[in-house]
Design a protein around this ligand. Sequence first.
Ligand code: PEP
Ligand code: MG
Length: 585
Amino acid sequence: MRIVKGIPVVDGIVIARSFVLQDESYLLPPQVAVEPSPEWVQGEWERFQRAVESAKAEVRQVADELAQQAPLGEAATDVTRIMGFQAGLYEDPTFAEAVREQIEAGIAPEHAVSKRVATYRKQFELDPFTRRLLPDLEEFERRLLRHLLGEQRISLRDLKEPVVLIARDLTPQQAAELPPEWVLGFATDLGGKTSHTAILAQSLHIPAVVGLGHITGVVTGGELVILDGRQGKVVIDPDEVTLRSYEQRRERYSVLQRALEELVALPAETLDGHQVRLFANIEYPEEIQQALRVGAEGIGLYRTEFLYDERNPDPSEEDHYAAYSRAIELLGDRPLVIRTLDLGADKFVPEGLDHEPNPFLGCRSIRYCLLEREDVFIRQLRAILRASVRGDVRIMLPMISSLEELQAAKAVIEEVKGELRRSGHAIREDIPVGIMIEVPAAALMADVLARYADFFSIGTNDLVQYVLAVDRVNPKVQDLYQPAHPAVFRLILSTIAAARRHKIPVSICGELSGDPHFTLPLLGLGMRDLSMAPSLIPKIKRFIRSITAVDAGKAVDTMLGLHDATETLEYLDARAREIDPAFFL
Ligand code: PEP
Ligand code: MG
């Protein structure tokens, strides 16, 4: 048994065989232990040798082509080094011997190669010199596996049994396309708690653990694994006792899920009668049915940048319009908060933004729309405004960091309205234009911005990242990514106070709103509109129905006296366990 720890992103327990998704989006066939007859060993050994020969020939050819393109200088030296390294491994007798031994033990060569490379990887990581060679090692493995597997490659669509997917990373698009009937959970080397893939997994309700470091080097595929989405662990080849205890936890978990289903029709109301409205965050209109099924009162955040992907990197006005119309059709007259494009950094990176030295501080989001591609912004606004007459549509601007920016964006909206009016389109003249409060400057200037914005929605995912200077997707600094940091709490507090003073609605749509640890203080601060991944709505509703607003107010007083994230989190955790122990199985 082996346990690898990472970052929990979607709650749930899955017990299933592992499947490793290689970088090129293919999976190793399951590792089936065979009784190795001499004929089988010979056949597999020859298959391995053939793969080595053809991979070697390919490396030679690539090296020749590259050398012709860059015969002199640094590039040529690099090419020679990389190719020399790979060619060296193909010739290395100890590598071939290790693979041979595994084949003789009944392991298919692709798994033998993967295992051996995993051993090299561990050794390479120990030394700064060899660490530099890790990408070359990855490349060597990818190439050899490609030659070994040939037509045997399995795509995700070919899965025939439930699995826990193991991958280096998943793009949001890959996560969106996972077949839910077969991929019961996933675990990745990379990623952070609020990375877009994690957010999508939450929406799809697939238990997930990310930031595991090198799980792809530990799991080869086919092992029984336990994915613990609560504690952020993956247990590989569990022993009997561990397996039994997880089976019991899984059972308790499904009992809780069934209890949550029964809350769907009940209001989100505190024990002392305060009503809270729960909205859903979505990436695709198709999520709306599920959101309504679990009791969402509307959409508090529609992340429209998910319309962009490799297949459609430049959606037309009609693509936008069709998506918004579909969303409105599904929602009826419930509110739909459409966030304008938040492209770049952790989200889809359009052409032109791919080489920024510091993407999170770069020309992303509203800056991209105003400074770089106003045409793209206008295209989206036209579609939103045209759709606005069909339902309760609101516009929300992301990443606002100053009044000038808000005014510039509002000026573009006015221009687009004028154009549409002139060309005879019906539009909603008084469409509300709100902003996300996700940059510390906006939170600090909330009393000014509140005079010009129709509503606020606090985006804690970015707010935490920017106020604490911690990259939200970098696993190395995830322990420093602390939503419970008092600095975050103070910014939320002053934002709510500013909104109240200026009598504009304020809601919260960062991941914090779906974390029961924060329900008590958020209610205590007077927050009454929360927007979160649909799958979290029943859980938060159950929490709300177990607390009083009076008690929530007292929790805020206590928190104001706490000085760091650790003691704040300890306090919140103790309170949450007291309120609803069932969530802490
Ligand atoms: C946020 O930053 O909190 C937010 C809701 O937006 P996103 O996660 O899409 O950046
Ligand atoms: Mg954000």
